[in-house]
Structure formats: structure tokens, C-alpha cells
Ligand binder design. Structure first.
Ligand code: CP
Length: 311
């Protein structure tokens, strides 16, 4: 397969056919990873730079692992010890990396649109690893792969995305992907954490967990993104947990075989109870992390092929 564009900036630019093809390739990488084998020929001679202006555990590590398993030379740029701390701009930093003939540039930034801006300025394929409140496309792809492995399909499922929808790029990318693939998506949270106009994305809004989770196949809990909140949007974390924290009583409204998901990092006792987060049969949170490596291998593979017309 080839991507419709040279970059992966969001789910918005992907056709359902591209999403299915990426998930199929990621599934093959998931099986390869479980077998302990690698495919170092795929990105041999290519250079991948991780440029993270925001903290990350899962995304940065999994892009590094994905690149290495495919044979790329992988560089992790530490922004705090780079010349960014001396005032170098985002564009100058990117131009500097571009001059080193980097092939794949993975970017996380607090500003929505930063990866798209870089994509106009560099020769490398740019991958959005999370930009502000905009998109986190590889997170939505890994979530979709995890769901598809358990449910066999994305079509016809009911997915409840709960908590801080307003500040979540994960919610936005998941809504775009899941609705495009035929799932019904509900967003569940207090009015202060649901952005106005979100129903235009084809979702229904619920302010009560029992109502929002009723009959759901998938329940996705999201972290309160306090770093993006400008004021007190919830009375307290304790009160938030009482009304919106995912615990056994609230999960009982979903289907008995409903899966519990969380993109991480989790705040236990705020948006999710430990008993549910660690549930042996319901929680697929660790599998999400595992699928993150496979999805990122698929994305790197396809973008490298897209950049090389005869590959
Ligand atoms: N889900 C996610 O993006 O996690 P990190 O912030 O640890 O990368």
C-alpha cells in the first residue's frame, strides 16, 4: 500500500481503505513481534529522528523500537538539552535536522498544527506523534488494531469515549477513525469537558455514565489533561471520579464482554479505578501498548515506500 500523502499528519486525510490496509500490515507486524523476529531490511539506510517537544513514554519509545526493528538509524532528540533551550525556533530546528538528510521525522508538539507546518518545510516524511488538542493518529490506529483483534471488526460497534474530551487529541483522532470505519461513537463527560459542536463529528453526547455506557462494546477512559486547562473545569479530582471515574459499578452498564481501554498515562483513582485498569479479561490497556509498536512499524514502512516511488 501507499499513503495518500507523504506524511501522516492526522486521521482526517485517510480513507477507510487506507486505514484497513494499515491495520492489516500492522497485524502482520504484531505477529512478527510476537515471534521475536525483525525485518531490518525494510528501513536499512534510513534515518528516523524523534523530535518530542512534550513528554512521552509510550509514543517515543515505540517509535524508537519500531524504527530499530525495521533497521533504521534512530536518533532521539532531547529538546531540553538541544539548542531549542537557547531560543532556536521550531522551523530552524527542523531545517537543521533536514540538512542531515533525515528520512522520517516524528514530531510531538504542544501546538496544534506544528507537524503540518514542518511538513511544508522539510524533505523528510513527517509523522504527527500528537499535536496540542488536534490529533494523535498513531494512537487511534493502535486503538483500532486492538479493538479489531478482539471484536473482529470496527463496523457496528458502540464505543463510549469518557472523560476529558475537550482537551484530548486522542479523542479527536479516535472519533474520526471509528466513525469512518462504521462504529457508533458516544462521548461521555461533564459539560465543561465536552467541546461545543462535537456532534458535527457524528457522535452523541452523554453527561451521565450509565446512559453513555449502556450496551457499549468498548469503554475508553481518558486522562484529565490538566496541562491544557486554563481554569477549574471540574470541582475536584475526587468529585470527578465519583461521577465519571470508570469503576465496576459504572462498567456494569456496558455489555458483559465490553473491553476497557486507556491510551495512558493513567491517573488511577481519577478517571479509572485500579481494579478495572488491571482487570485480567476486560482491560486491554497493555495490549494497546504492544499494538503501538506494530502500528508504528506499519506507518514507518508505508511512509518509506511512499517516499520511494519504485519500492
Ligand atoms: N498515549 C500516549 O501518547 O502516551 P505517551 O504520552 O506516553 O506517549
Amino acid at each position: 500500500m501507499r499513503m495518500p500523502t507523504r506524511h501522516l499528519l492526522g486521521i482526517e486525510s485517510l480513507h477507510p481503505r487506507d486505514i484497513s490496509a494499515l491495520l492489516d500490515l500492522a497485524e502482520s507486524y504484531a505477529l512478527l513481534n510476537r515471534s521475536g523476529k525483525t525485518r531490518r531490511d525494510v528501513l536499512r539506510g534510513r534515518t528516523l529522528i524523534n523530535l518530542f517537544f512534550e513528554d512521552s513514554t509510550r509514543t517515543r519509545t515505540s517509535f524508537e523500537l519500531a524504527g530499530k526493528r525495521l533497521g533504521a538509524d534512530v536518533i532521539n532528540m532531547s529538546v531540553s538539552t538541544s539548542s531549542v533551550s537557547k531560543g532556536e525556533t521550531l522551523l530552524d530546528t527542523a531545517a537543521t535536522l533536514n540538512a542531515m538528510n533525515c528520512d522520517l521525522l516524528v514530531v510531538r508538539h504542544k501546538s496544534s498544527g506544528a507537524p503540518a507546518l514542518l511538513a511544508q518545510k522539510v524533505d523528510a516524511a513527517v509523522i504527527n506523534a500528537g499535536d496540542g488538542m488536534h490529533e494523535h493518529p498513531t494512537q487511534a490506529l493502535l486503538d483500532a488494531l486492538t479493538i479489531r483483534r478482539h471484536k473482529g471488526t470496527l463496523e457496528g460497534l458502540t464505543v463510549a469515549i469518557c472523560g476529558d474530551i475537550a482537551h484530548s487529541r486522542v479523542a479527536r483522532s479516535n472519533i474520526l477513525l471509528l466513525t469512518a470505519m462504521g462504529s457508533t461513537v458516544r462521548v461521555v463527560g461533564p459539560p465543561t469537558l465536552i467541546p461545543s459542536g462535537i456532534e458535527q463529528f457524528g457522535v452523541t453526547i452523554h453527561h451521565d455514565m450509565a446512559d453513555g455506557l449502556r450496551g457499549a462494546d468498548i469503554v475508553m477512559a481518558l486522562r484529565l489533561q490538566t496541562e491544557r486547562m486554563s481554569g477549574g473545569l471540574i470541582p475536584s479530582a475526587r468529585e470527578f471520579f465519583t461521577f465519571y471515574g470508570l469503576d465496576a459499578a459504572k462498567l456494569a452498564h456496558a455489555r458483559p464482554d465490553a473491553l476497557v481501554m486507556h491510551p495512558g498515562p493513567m491517573n488511577r483513582g481519577v478517571e479509572i479505578d485500579s481494579q478495572i485498569a488491571d482487570h485480567a479479561t476486560r482491560s486491554v490497556i497493555r495490549e494497546q501498548v504492544e499494538m503501538g509498536v506494530a502500528v508504528r512499524m506499519a506507518v514507518l514502512d508505508v511512509l518509506a515506500r511512499t517516499a520511494t516511488p519504485n519500492a
